[in-house]
Every structure is written in structure tokens, then in C-alpha cells.
Design a protein around this ligand. Structure first.
Ligand code: NAP
Length: 317
């Protein structure tokens, strides 16, 4: 039998980490043992605490998800914190992975770190081609440096450290905070309140901007493929096809339908729209996995809404 892999998942209590947990628990493999961590196990900003964690678990593989993540407004207010906290976590995880001889590390970038001025669709070669949007430059540069570090560890020490680039993720265990959440969990929480009050779901902006959304369980399956099969140091975009891009209005209607809102949605065009589109190409992924089937958006939203209703008390909000 193959040597047993001990896979440390940093950020294991978050949206993506919990999805990986569910997928691995449903299909366990005898040669893989997963350890899911949260900030309660160690503050990864702290080099000593991080080293102790590696000493304790002696991982052979690391999926590095832990990050300071936030919406537009907290990014704008705290660019320095997003920069420093993420730099520290990433450096501690990668340096300890090197010191403890970890065979493979997969870190997580994001499509929102790409240059502000770019051509579409964006692809993996464009990450460093210009400044990111000024609203989240701290988060973006910290994330971009993961790719720089991965190449440097590979060049100097032969390490197999790589990264993936998901588009907007949603699913169970999301952050539903009304002030500081991503699009879908924010809509789900607002629709939950609208349902209770017998009102329509009010959607900020024109509803016209386009986005690609990936269901957390689909992303989790792709993460496991990267863990087992992907050999490159260069990152890979994990996204639905360009044809699956949807407008904010379409996605809002799906959320309203899942709640069976009597009064549907109302678009509040007096509020600002974000970037019109951020289309990402999944051509590289499709070259590897031509037949991967993403969960239809309606089905994934129905599941996510059901999870929020069933878990309202424990949901992050
Ligand atoms: N959500 C998206 O749409 C999206 C899109 C693209 C990329 N990503 C990336 O995907 C990764 C996972 O995101 P997510 O949405 O799953 O995030 P999340 O739900 O906010 O989870 C963040 C995780 O990081 C942990 N963490 C935060 N600070 C830490 C610290 N100082 N020490 C140790 N652990 C710490 C949290 O632990 P606690 O639970 O203990 O706080 C939690 O497990 C991140 O790297 C993010 O940048 C997310």
C-alpha cells in the first residue's frame, strides 16, 4: 500500500475547509488522513505556534486555506492588516512546510487579486501584470506573493508548493454577516429576513454585473484532484465555465425562489455596482478535466439556503 498521507488543512473550520471535510468524510481513502485546523489550534501569524503544529502532526501534505478574508468595506478600512496578517500566515506555513519536509502544499489565491486593468477572460499568466484594485491591495499583494514564494521555494529547495485560484465560492458554513459578506451569503441572509417580514428581497445595484460562482463542494472535489494529481508549481484557476457566468439579478432571483419569497426581488439602482465583470478562463482546468461536472447553480443555491435555515443558530453572522 502507498505511504499514508497526513494532510493538514489550515482554515479547516471555514467555508472551503468544511466542504473539503465533508467530501473526504463521504469518500475516505485508506492512505489519506486529514487534520482540519482552526485558529483555536494555533494562530498561524505566530511562528512558534505554527512550528509546534507542524511538530505535533508531522504532515506530509498541506492544504493552506487560512487567511484573513473580508468584504469590500473591511478591506478598504484595513489594507495594512490584510497585508501583514496574510503575509505572516503564508510565510509561517510555507517556511515550516519546507523545514518539516512537506511533500506538497496547495495554497489558495483568488480571482479578486488580478490586475484592476486587464483584458478578459483573465487567466493564470496575468496575476502579476499590473496593480490590483486599490480597495483590496493589501490582501491582493499578500496573496500574489504566495505564487512568488512557491516558485522561489521550488527554485532554491526543489519544494512542490503550488496554488489554486477559485472564483466566488459559496455554500454551507459561509460568512453571513450582513455588513461584510460575499454576494450569495449576503443575499441569503437578507432573503431570510425578508421572508420573516413578508417583504421583497432588496438587491443593491442594477443587478447587471456578471460573476462566476463555484459551489464549495465542487471546489472541494477539485482541491482533492489538485492534491492527488496536479504537478505544476504554477497556479490553476478553479472556476465554472465562462458560459456559466450569471448576473447578480439572476442569482438574486434564484435565492428569492429558494425562499419562496412572495414579493420577489427589488433592485435598488441608487446603490453602487461593483466591477461589471471579472470573467476568468477555466481553459487550463478543462485541459486536465474536460468532463468535470459542476453542480447546477439552482441546485447549489437551494442546498445552501436549506443549510442556512437549518443551521441559523450556529451560522456565522
Ligand atoms: N470565499 C470565497 O469566495 C473565496 C474566493 C477565493 C479564494 N478564497 C480563499 O479561500 C481560502 C478559504 O476561504 P474561506 O472562504 O473558506 O474563508 P473563511 O470561511 O473566512 O475561513 C477562514 C479560515 O481561516 C482561519 N484563520 C483565520 N485567521 C487565522 C489565524 N490567524 N490562524 C489560524 N487560522 C486562521 C479561520 O479559523 P477560525 O474559524 O478559527 O476563525 C477559518 O478556518 C482563503 O485563503 C481565501 O482567501 C475564498
Amino acid at each position: 500500500m502507498a505511504e499514508k498521507k497526513i494532510i493538514l488543512v489550515t482554515g479547516g473550520s471555514g467555508l472551503v475547509g468544511q466542504a473539503i471535510r465533508r467530501v473526504t468524510e463521504e469518500n475516505p481513502r485508506p492512505d489519506e488522513e486529514f487534520v482540519f485546523l482552526s485558529s483555536k489550534d494555533a494562530d498561524l501569524k505566530d511562528p512558534v505556534e505554527t512550528a509546534k503544529l507542524f511538530e505535533k502532526y508531522k504532515p506530509t501534505h498541506v492544504i493552506h486555506l487560512a487567511a484573513m478574508v473580508g468584504g469590500l468595506f473591511s478591506n478598504m478600512r484595513r489594507n495594512l492588516d490584510f497585508l501583514r496578517n496574510n503575509l505572516l500566515m503564508n510565510d509561517n506555513v510555507l517556511q515550516n512546510s519546507y523545514k518539516f519536509g512537506v511533500k506538497k502544499v496547495i495554497s489558495c489565491l483568488s480571482t479578486c487579486i488580478f490586475p484592476d486593468k486587464t483584458s478578459y477572460p483573465i487567466d493564470e499568466t496575468m496575476i502579476h501584470n499590473g496593480p490590483p484594485h486599490s480597495s483590496n491591495f493589501g490582501y491582493s499583494y499578500a496573496k500574489r506573493l504566495i505564487d512568488v514564494q512557491n516558485h522561489a521555494y521550488h527554485q532554491q529547495h526543489g519544494c512542490h508548493f503550488t496554488s489554486v485560484i477559485p472564483t466566488n465560492v459559496f455554500g454551507a458554513h459561509d460568512n453571513y454577516n450582513l455588513e461584510d459578506s460575499h454576494v450569495i451569503p449576503g443575499l441569503i441572509h437578507k432573503a431570510f429576513i425578508a421572508k420573516k417580514e413578508g417583504k421583497p428581497l432588496v438587491v443593491f445595484g442594477s443587478g447587471k454585473p456578471l460573476r462566476q460562482f463555484i459551489y464549495s463542494l465542487d471546489l472541494a472535489k477539485l482541491f482533492l484532484w489538485v492534491l492527488r494529481e496536479y504537478e505544476e508549481i504554477d497556479p490553476i484557476i478553479l472556476s465554472v465555465d465562462e458560459a456559466a457566468e450569471v448576473s447578480i439579478e439572476q442569482v438574486s432571483r434564484l435565492v428569492a425562489e429558494a425562499f419562496e419569497l412572495e414579493h420577489g426581488i427589488v433592485l435598488d439602482s441608487s446603490k453602487a455596482d461593483g466591477q461589471f465583470k471579472k470573467t476568468a478562463s477555466n481553459k487550463k482546468l478543462r485541459q486536465y478535466l474536460a468532463d468535470f461536472e459542476f453542480t447546477p447553480l439552482k441546485e447549489a443555491i437551494d442546498h445552501s439556503v436549506k443549510w442556512f435555515i437549518d443551521n441559523y443558530e450556529i451560522a456565522r453572522k
